[in-house]
Design a binder for this molecule. Structure first.
Ligand code: FAD
Length: 310
């Protein structure tokens, strides 16, 4: 079992800032993120130009997320990506967390859960469970592991476009989108058009066909015709849904989507702090800069707490 001064759950801007400022203050820090670092910046709006972060007149959200993670790691925080915390509760020395089948203890805990864990939005079709991992995926696997000839990508945002462009190196790709306009940025659309990918707009996948493995998909078109597309790989990239329900079973008394904190980011439970969108107090503003500032406040509070205990 590993032991730290501070454990941070959530790797959005609030959690990354708490990890960074904690490490900067000389604390041993571990940070857990269920997905890739960046929180909403990566999962909800990866290609948005962020124009309101101080001293950054223009920065793409995914670049800002990357820089925050690099900065926290640079100060010595141990950051664990793709490692959801499944359970957290009090222990004799502070808190105990369970993730990836292992336990971690920490004297103090910062919750930076944002809107919750992101899970992929599903198509809602029969056979979706059956073909999951057998041709159907919600995230792009490592490109070198892909053994597919005909890939279909569903979605109209930047993730769908990035996925289609990556897949095009190893398979022939059709992009299917249910609307006739795309949400993806103009430069992504330009790249897809230059790459000459097949694009079906006004189309909805209505059936998945195959035996042990996915073989094709049936697409319903705007004019009520249906077409069957060969597909030994179907990538569904139609968004992420945040889910906070898991934390209710943690032994920390967490109930709702927020937790009350004071001006030091302390919760009612000694040693437990919260920052970012998950933390609530009068006058709260939910923004990247405030999440980062709260991370700094929480780290200072943790350092004070631990130093006064020594
Ligand atoms: C569409 C949109 C556009 C926005 N644009 C802007 C903008 O331009 N400027 C601005 O200032 N703000 C913007 N915001 C708001 C800003 O993104 C949020 O205020 C900010 O992301 C909050 O950061 P956070 O760290 O609290 O939470 P989040 O960014 O939500 O990060 C929380 C992280 O915790 C992780 N997590 C949750 N549960 C667990 C668990 N059990 N184990 C491990 N990890 C877990 C999640 O996976 C997630 O990555 C926007 C929000 C939206 C929805």
């Amino acid at each position: 079992m590993s032991t730290y001064d501070l454990a941070v759950v959530g790797g959005g801007p609030g959690g990354l800032a708490a990890a960074m400022y904690g490490a900067m203050r000389g604390l041993s820090v571990v940070g857990f993120e269920a997905e890739s670092f960046g929180g909403q910046l990566i999962n909800l709006y990866p290609s948005k130009p962020v124009t309101n972060f101080p001293a950054q007149a223009y920065v793409l959200s995914r670049d800002l997320a990357l820089r925050l993670a690099e900065q926290a790691a640079g100060f010595g925080a141990e950051l664990r990506e793709w490692e959801p915390v499944e359970h957290a509760g009090p222990s004799s020395d502070g808190f105990v967390l369970r993730s990836a089948g292992l336990e971690t203890t920490a004297a103090a805990l910062v919750l930076a859960l944002g809107l919750g864990r992101f899970t992929p939005r599903r198509l809602g079709l029969d056979g979706e469970d059956r073909f999951l991992g057998r041709g159907l995926a919600y995230r792009l696997p490592p490109i070198e592991e892909i053994d597919a000839r005909h890939a279909v990508v569903v979605g109209g945002g930047d993730t769908a476009f990035d996925t289609a462009l990556s897949l095009q190196r190893v398979a022939d790709v059709t992009l299917v989108h249910r609307r006739d306009k795309f949400r993806a940025y103009a430069h992504s659309q330009q790249r897809v058009s230059e790459a000459g990918l097949n694009v079906v707009t006004g189309g909805e996948i209505v059936e998945l066909l195959g035996g042990d493995h996915l073989e094709s998909v049936v697409v319903s078109l705007a004019d009520d015709r249906t077409v069957e597309l060969a597909a030994d790989l179907l990538l569904v990239t139609i968004g992420q849904v945040p889910d906070m329900s898991g934390v209710k079973s943690w032994d920390l008394g967490l109930g709702g989507p927020h937790i009350e904190v004071d001006s030091s980011m302390r919760t009612a439970r000694p040693g437990l702090f919260a920052v970012g969108d998950f933390a609530a107090y009068p006058g709260k503003v939910r923004m990247i800069a405030t999440a980062a500032a709260e991370g700094s406040t929480a780290a200072a509070s943790v350092a004070r707490l631990l130093h006064s205990a020594n």
